[in-house]
Design a protein around this ligand. Structure first.
Ligand code: KG4
Ligand code: ZN
Length: 403
């Protein structure tokens, strides 16, 4: 089946064409240059850029996929989460397209897209994720049942979550952030260091030549009672550390200090995420490994069990250890984070689906994939076919991946 997918949830206008799980084209009109001058995303500016770019991006995606619009079988679009007025542009465009071409419309949860992005394949049918260690063959429901239940680690600009994937569409959050997301912390600290938006990639680049132990920063929620993240305290600690440095030191190599600072900040974020991933994995396996530093392992086990039994991780009667680990979201581009997660997966002898770099940040290919998998699992009824239902699809800016 040929799917056209659209994502305008944030600052990229993205359109992709897929044949089943294979990406034929994935086109991105990025707005970084527009937002850099404001130091963040201005929704009204973003909306105008989406409106200007969407038609051209659509035509370019068809051209690169070597498809005509008559070849399209389904139109998929991000419904949420995201910036309300930006989501609207993609939804409106998709609705018009679905009605004009008389094709079904599939509304998709953006975070589900990130969660499953490690399953995307190239035009030739080869999995983009490398070193997974299992050959799941063509994506069929039976193939997917061999890797579910799975664990998802979502680290983006607005989300930091560990999600239990009981089955397709059955997700339960096992850990989430109480305040800022990791990506948000990267961007805010980037701003303090004088980098434009987004700060994440610049900090990661600086960190490569930095050293640990020069700057003192906490690891947020380290050995916390609850399986939760929090990054706003780290952000404040960064602000104080920078102020103290500015007040005290003027003679040192400023560039090296920024690199050391970036390295320590990156270490704090990666350690905070890894620690919780390990605790959740151990809780799911029911055994405490030597990597685990939890102060109350039984509590972790109970909290994970309670979440799964009250959540909607359908397809899992009991708590089973994950058969695969998925990662997704822009912050996964940080090589120390992806490296840490990959090593953890190896320790637990669990296949790790790391999305190809261009499918980690926002993209429409992952939206097409999520739509495809739902058609595969849930059948045609998942897609909206009559014009009235298509018309009713509305943005859901705060849509959650679970429940
Ligand atoms: O998934 P994404 O593209 O958009 C959301 O859905 O939020 O994630 C964007 C976030 C931004 O905060 C950006 O700074 C961060 O991903 N990011 C990075 C890197 N590349 C993007 N953070 C750290 N290191 C990177 N290399
Ligand atoms: Zn995203």
């Amino acid at each position: 089946m040929i799917l056209l997918a659209i994502d305008t949830s944030c600052d990229e206008t993205s359109v992709a064409v897929l044949e089943d799980d294979r990406v034929l084209a994935s086109v991105l009109a990025t707005q970084f240059d527009l937002h850099r001058q404001y130091g963040g995303i201005m929704p009204s500016v973003s909306r105008r850029a989406h409106e200007e770019n969407i038609h051209g991006t659509y035509l370019e995606a068809l051209k690169r996929a070597r498809k005509d619009e008559k070849d399209l079988d389904y139109i998929a679009v991000t419904q949420g989460p995201g910036l309300a007025i930006d989501l609207e542009v993609g939804i409106r465009y998709a609705q018009d397209l679905a009605k004009r071409l008389r094709r079904p419309l599939i509304p998709v949860n953006h975070m589900e897209g990130h969660l499953l992005s490690g399953l995307l394949r190239n035009r030739a049918g080869k999995l983009f994720s490398k070193g997974v260690g299992v050959d799941i063959g063509k994506l069929t429901t039976t193939a997917l049942d061999r890797i579910f239940p799975a664990l998802g680690v979502l680290v983006s600009g607005k989300h930091t979550e560990i999600v239990y994937i009981g089955g397709l569409g059955g997700y339960t959050k096992l850990a989430y952030t109480l305040d800022d997301a990791a990506g948000e912390a990267f961007d805010k600290v980037g701003r303090m260091l004088g980098f434009g938006y987004p700060g994440g990639p610049v900090i990661s680049e600086f960190a490569k030549s930095g050293h640990l132990g020069v700057v003192e920063l906490p690891i947020p929620m380290y050995r916390s009672k609850e399986l939760r993240f929090s990054f706003s305290g780290l952000k404040t600690a960064c602000l104080y550390a920078l102020k103290k440095h500015d007040a005290e030191d003027t003679a040192g190599d400023k560039r090296q200090y920024v690199a050391d600072f970036a390295r320590q900040f990156e270490f704090s974020v990666v350690s905070a995420i890894s620690e919780k991933v390990i605790r959740v994995l151990d809780a799911l396996h029911g055994t405490k490994s030597e990597l685990n530093n939890s102060l109350d392992f039984e509590k972790d086990v109970q909290s994970v069990r309670d979440a799964i039994s009250t959540g909607c991780a359908s397809g899992s009667d009991a708590v089973s250890p994950p058969r695969a680990i998925f990662a997704g979201g822009g912050v996964i581009n940080n090589v120390r984070l992806s490296g840490a997660l990959s090593r953890i997966a190896k320790r637990y002898k669990t296949p790790f689906f790391l999305p190809y770099p261009r499918f980690r940040s926002d993209n429409a290919a992952m939206i097409g994939l999520a739509a495809y998998l739902h058609i595969l699992y849930d059948g045609e009824e998942y897609a909206l076919t009559n014009a009235e239902d298509i018309e009713k699809v509305e943005r859901i800016p705060r849509l959650s991946v679970a429940g």
